[in-house]
Design a protein around this ligand. Structure first.
Ligand SMILES: C[S@@+](CC[C@H](N)C(=O)[O-])C[C@H]1O[C@@H](n2cnc3c(N)ncnc32)[C@H](O)[C@@H]1O
Length: 253
């Protein structure tokens, strides 16, 4: 991994938090739930539990994963063409989507947690960044084919193996030919550190697993490594990580 990955984060101003989700994000949740292009899976019994759990975590004061964008993303986003159409998956409180918008990209983001999306929307408005935020889960997001030039998935390891298959298929489907998938996650070694992540072996990534999930990818980067993370209280300390940048091949001529 190039040393630039460890560039110093830039401080951001504090944000204020509104009381409730905006009508726009509620409407988006309803519309995206009714327009699923990839999966016919209905939210299962664990769905509401997961949303409640994440809402509770994000309802605490401050930002669970901090105000600075993920360091891997900052480093690898130089690969994106100017004004790319970017999807940030399970974006949380907006740190990555807002930073990408500040770099000039046209950013869409979604997350399961209405509390997180409300915080993200308020923060983006404060910073004058036009991010399109939606409340949606992986299984009710419309993975419109070839809609985005890049997909960003930073710590999306809430997905068990079955959901992971659907998630990666969706991310690949929604990428334009020549587009990039930027992925950061934890590896099984993270179970020794327990400084963030789901703490479940079957949710963690290995290089071989990621290769198998995206058999058509051209790998611009695929690496397991260790680093210190300082991403709020959620990701803090020595961490066992995987960084990946996959390119969707050009359409066959
Ligand atoms: C570890 S956090 C990472 C957030 C963000 N990517 C970041 O790096 O700051 C995982 C995120 O996944 C979201 N999430 C959990 N289950 C989800 C699902 N089924 N569909 C979409 N998002 C989900 C949570 O609400 C949470 O924001």
């Amino acid at each position: 991994m190039a040393s630039g990955l460890h560039a110093q984060p830039q401080p951001r101003p504090a944000m204020t938090l509104p009381d409730s989700a905006s009508s726009r994000t509620r409407a988006d949740a309803a519309s995206s739930a009714s327009s699923n292009a990839l999966s016919s899976t209905q939210p299962g019994p664990g769905f509401e539990d997961a949303r409640r759990m994440w809402d509770q975590r994000f309802a605490q004061p401050g930002l669970l994963f901090g105000a600075t964008p993920n360091a891997f993303l900052r480093h690898e986003a130089v690969r994106l063409a100017p004004r790319s159409r970017v999807l940030s998956v399970a974006d949380g409180e907006g740190r990555n989507a807002i930073w990408l918008a500040e770099q000039g990209h046209a950013v869409t983001a979604f997350d399961l947690s209405p509390v997180a999306v409300t915080k993200a929307g308020a923060w983006a408005a404060e910073r004058g960044q036009p991010v399109e935020f939606h409340v949606a889960g992986v299984d009710d997001w419309a993975w419109t084919p070839r809609r985005f030039d890049a997909v960003v998935a930073i710590f999306v390891q809430f997905a068990d193996p079955a959901m992971r298959q659907r998630l990666f298929a969706g991310m690949w489907q929604t990428l334009e030919h020549g587009g990039l998938l930027l992925l950061q996650g934890y590896t099984p070694k993270q179970l020794d550190y327990r400084t963030g992540g789901p703490g479940k072996l079957e949710h963690l990534y290995t290089e071989a697993m990621v290769r198998a999930l995206l058999p058509q990818a051209e790998w611009l980067l695929l690496q397991e490594y260790e680093d210190m993370l300082t991403e709020g209280s959620g990701h803090a300390g020595r961490s066992a990580l995987l960084a990946a940048v996959a390119r969707k091949p050009d359409r066959a001529v």
